[in-house]
Unconditional design. Sequence first.
Length: 368
Amino acid sequence: MTSETDQTAPYSYAQAGVNIAAGNALVKAIGPLARATARPGADAELGGFGGFFDLRAAGYKDPLLVAGNDGVGTKVKLAIDHDRHDQIGIDLVAMCVNDLIVQGAEPLFFLDYFATGRLDTGVAERVIAGIAEGCRIAGCALIGGETAEMPGMYAPGDYDLAGFCVGAVERGEQLTGDRVAAGDVLLGLAASGVHSNGYSLVRRLAADKGWKLDRPALFDNERLLIDHLIEPTRIYVRTLLPFIRAGRVHALAHITGGGLLENVPRVLPAGLHARIDADGWDQPRLMAFLQAQGQIEPEEMARTFNCGIGMVLAVAPDEAAPLAADLTAAGETVFTVGHVIAGPRGCTVSGHAETWSARASWEAVHYA
């Protein structure tokens, strides 16, 4: 008999820590999840070396393709530490498809990358079920992905995620920001929580302040703090797409890393400036909690977190009220958050103590 350390014993991949059988079992298990995301243009079958998509079957005549990729950041670590694997995949999809919709593109298909040190098929299936659910919400097909088992790269139980999404928009209908003009109104769509940015600060606060995440939140006795922090990123695709196609939106900004201050200027032409009035909406209790716990200055809040606004729309002044009403009817919570003025390309966010409480009044400016 030979021992595992016997230098004359034959080596195997399994001995090195990679279980091919487990990977194959996972692909078989997640097949029905992928098939549930099938849509015109894709059958969402897994197992080939690549996935096909038929743009003509999807109804496009002269499309431009738009592609994006993203991750979830250290929110993944929160999911790992608290066994909350079921919805982190929604975050992964949301971060990609929300970036496509701001270009006016309909997300068509999605691929995921799941990397871990040792494959736990139960955890992986829960994560990928969340990815499939995110694709269903966004209306795109999950057509493939990669599960990488890499011993020595990750601590036991750890994993990381990346997502890749391709969308399409008919030529001439893409959103580039060129229609934005001085006088446009800025509408904000409510976020569902922290979304997927700022979690390194959230986790630092949790450690330094000794938060008990498995107990009710200080600001909400009926819900655990971890439930507030792990809430999936809202996907805005289905509600926004019809209004984009109708030409009612001049530009969209997805409020991700960089917050309001740095994301809104990304869709402004030169010579235009966004003024955002933080008094235009109530800061969510979770955001107020984070700010108070960390004594975070308003400017830092506006650059780090979404502050309750997950998407900003620039629209013509006469379109603002009817579009806000239509978006509300479609299920969004809508606020008038500011307007566009002539000036250096950038964004100013200002408010008072009643909304963001670090100062009696404050103003934060970012120039693109």
